[in-house]
Design a protein around this ligand. Structure first.
Ligand SMILES: NC(=O)C1=CN([C@@H]2O[C@H](COP(=O)(O)OP(=O)(O)OC[C@H]3O[C@@H](n4cnc5c(N)ncnc54)[C@H](OP(=O)(O)O)[C@@H]3O)[C@@H](O)[C@H]2O)C=CC1
Ligand SMILES: O=C(O)C1=N[C@H](C(=O)O)C[C@H](O)C1
Length: 246
């Protein structure tokens, strides 16, 4: 039995995660807390799951590492510098592990995998992410990761810069630029979490799209990460390795 606590327990993801942990026969929910709550019960956990807020997540990870508790983190807002900071904290606490993934849904993880494979074959690529209007961050963490892996694959293949004649632009019209990839964020009532990667060549186009319709799509990935994190030393980024597609 793995003892689990949830940070952000009353949030949209947290509520679903508490239910999934409760229903799993090999996991025991020992605590669920939100901002400002007492954390005494959390200290009994072997794994903390964090789905909170980009401004809170680094302090939460530090708290887990200081208390010798492994962490599975879905909260967004990470950068290479933040990953390095977590690595630094973990180096001082051997035996404690952290797994961070910008997306735990199988469809989104596969979308990113396929996007990286397709990237070297196209002259142009842009990312469009579409989410519910309660989302606080833009672009989404998944879109940032997608742009990162596309840029990495293009750099490895020595792709030339993408064609783009824009010289006159209303601020934001071409979206945010992440690692040289344009990323467009749509916030629309009725949507949940969706992403399209559009690739273009002269005379042809490829679209790769994933749709999450419900938060249940993240649960197999989150619970799989909870079961795996104790066996993965240090910092693990993403669940590709857990799925055997790294
Ligand atoms: N990786 C993935 O697969 C996915 C990631 N996400 C990400 O997860 C995060 C949360 O999303 P969502 O559930 O929709 O957000 P919500 O705003 O619904 O929930 C966030 C919860 O975190 C709580 N919280 C804030 N600060 C702290 C803190 N310091 N310690 C403990 N709890 C805290 C909030 O409490 P209070 O209201 O009291 O402030 C709230 O209950 C976002 O970054 C989102 O992008 C979402 C879906 C999937
Ligand atoms: O806030 C959300 O809802 C989601 N956040 C994550 C992100 O920013 O990528 C994952 C998913 O898109 C849902």
């Amino acid at each position: 039995m793995i003892k689990v606590a949830v940070f952000g327990a009353k949030g949209r993801m947290g509520r679903e995660i508490c239910k999934a942990v409760d229903e799993a026969v090999d996991l025991q929910l020992v605590a669920g807390v939100d901002a400002g709550d007492d954390r005494t019960e959390v200290e009994k956990a072997q794994v903390v799951i964090d789905f909170t807020h980009p401004d809170a997540v680094m302090d939460n990870i530090k708290w887990c590492i200081d208390h010798g508790i492994n962490a599975v983190v879905g909260t967004t807002g990470f950068s290479p510098a933040k990953y390095d900071e977590v690595r630094g904290w973990l180096a001082a606490k051997p035996g404690v592990n952290v797994l961070i993934a910008s997306n735990f849904s199988i469809a989104a993880v596969l979308l990113m995998h396929f996007a990286a494979k397709a990237a070297p074959f196209f002259e142009s690529v842009e990312v469009i992410e579409l989410h519910h209007p309660r989302k606080v961050d833009a672009p989404s963490g998944t879109a940032i990761t997608t742009a990162n892996v596309i840029a990495g694959a293009r750099a490895d293949a020595d792709c030339p810069p993408m064609p783009d004649a824009t010289v006159k632009e209303l601020d934001g019209a071409r979206g945010a630029v992440v690692d040289g990839v344009h990323v467009h964020s749509v916030r629309l009532q009725g949507l949940f979490a969706h992403e399209e990667v559009v690739f273009g060549n002269p005379g042809e186009m490829l679209t790769i799209r994933d749709d999450s319709f419900h938060r249940s799509s993240y649960m197999p990935g989150v619970l799989g990460a909870v079961r795996a994190v104790g066996k993965r030393p240090g910092l693990t980024i993403g669940i590709d390795d857990l799925l055997g597609i790294a």
